[in-house]
Design a protein around this ligand. Structure first.
Ligand SMILES: NC(=O)c1ccc[n+]([C@@H]2O[C@H](COP(=O)([O-])OP(=O)(O)OC[C@H]3O[C@@H](n4cnc5c(N)ncnc54)[C@H](O)[C@@H]3O)[C@@H](O)[C@H]2O)c1
Ligand SMILES: [Fe+2]
Length: 358
């Protein structure tokens, strides 16, 4: 028997932020980063928490390290909130998830994404970093699922184009990996197809737009749909390798996925059924119905978004990658995302893919 459920309530459309008013009278700990706290955006969230006793934890940094999570857990224990509200990108949402998970109180979590994005507002994943060991790994547990998610594209109006590019490529990677993942079902396929085509059509316009734009709203929706898809279907080797590389070199998650995805498609297309599914995605995007057209199209889009194709363009030298290759391959194969890949990989095969990035 297979099951499909969407445990998180998703609020979207005009006035979605008003959902926060349901927290009136409660103790609420808002989890965010310094940039969002100072940007003026946080005030819009706080204004909806009228009648609440509010504390704000602004210590989140990209790829949240365990030390930051530990500080957040202490704040949670001290403040004893009835609910956590995560406000930010994947880093803020994942930090808040871990804070709720590791505190003894396990408060429910509400999530407001400000990037499009990780889809973390609807997933059982929280990606954490052990900075000392240079390891980034996902916690995966249904208890990490937010209770409620608020999608408000107004928060994306002033997002820098580079963040739109990185996070948008993460959306496409979530959808593409979920579509061919070993646990894919007709339900996750429907979500992945919609997420991929919506992101494919809107990412260039979202990247080019200054200020609020319909394309940014569609990217936020695509990000959410892709999160729902991979939460049930799983991800794959691209995410396993992106986590391993991100732990070592601390590069933006979506940028690593953008670099890796065409190579992973080439690797996975050796399986006939997987190649056929990639071809179907390509056709839905108006490309030739082949895996090659999909890989080529994604590579072209990466270039259009001014994202690098090689690690050397991100300041990581070839000799560094070569000396780290064995450890990176081992971490990628041990990652919780990798087993859902449609084609099992060996250490040598992962190392061969890494060489393509040098
Ligand atoms: N939990 C999941 O399901 C899941 C899935 C994929 C990735 N992740 C993880 O999420 C993290 C990446 O999250 P992300 O890509 O959203 O980036 P992020 O949360 O790290 O944010 C990147 C930068 O963008 C800034 N930013 C965020 N919103 C902004 C806005 N509206 N305007 C201007 N600047 C803004 C942040 O301050 C930060 O400096 C990684 O650790 C990744 O591994 C988690
Ligand atoms: Fe991701």
């Amino acid at each position: 028997m297979e099951r499909f459920s969407v445990p998180t309530t998703v609020c979207f459309g005009p006035d979605a932020l008003d959902a926060l008013k349901e927290l009136a009278g409660r103790r609420v700990l808002v989890v965010t980063d310094e940039f969002l706290a100072r940007s003026g955006l946080l005030e819009q969230v706080l204004a909806r928490l009228e009648g609440c006793t509010v504390d704000t934890f602004t210590g989140v940094v990209p790829d949240p390290p365990l030390e930051v999570v530990a500080r957040g857990v202490r704040r949670t224990e001290d403040f004893r909130p009835d609910a956590l509200v995560a406000f930010g990108g994947g880093s803020a949402m994942d930090c808040a998830k871990a804070m709720a998970h590791f505190s003894t109180l396990h408060p429910p979590l509400w999530a407001i994404p400000t990037t499009a994005g990780t889809g973390s507002e609807v997933t059982s994943f929280a990606v954490l970093t052990n900075s000392r060991q240079g390891v980034k790994y996902p916690l995966v547990d249904d208890s990490l699922l937010p209770q409620l998610a608020v999608l408000d594209p107004a928060f994306l109006a002033q997002i820098p184009p580079a963040v739109t590019a990185d996070t948008g490529m993460d959306v496409l990677t979530h959808a593409a990996e979920a579509y061919v993942a070993s646990r894919a079902t007709p339900y996750s396929d429907a979500l992945a197809e919609k997420a991929f085509t919506l992101a494919w059509e809107n990412l260039p316009a979202a990247f080019a737009a200054q200020g609020a734009a319909p394309a940014k709203a569609d990217m936020l929706l695509a990000s959410n749909l892709a999160g729902l898809a991979f939460n049930t279907a799983g991800l794959g080797l691209c995410h396993g390798m992106a986590h391993a590389l991100g732990g070592k070199y601390h590069l933006p998650h979506g940028r690593l996925n953008a670099m890796l995805l065409p190579h992973i498609i080439r690797f996975n297309a050796a399986e006939a059924g997987t190649a056929k599914k990639y071809g179907r995605l390509a056709r839905l995007c108006g490309l030739s119905p082949t895996w090659r057209a999909l890989a080529f199209g994604l590579d072209r889009l990466r270039g259009q978004l001014k994202l690098p194709a090689k690690l050397s363009a991100c300041g990581v030298e070839g000799k560094t990658v070569r000396s780290d290759a064995e450890a990176i391959a081992a971490a990628a194969l041990a990652d919780r995302c990798t087993p859902a890949n449609p084609r099992p990989a060996t250490g040598e095969e992962v190392t061969a893919i890494l060489k393509e990035l040098v």
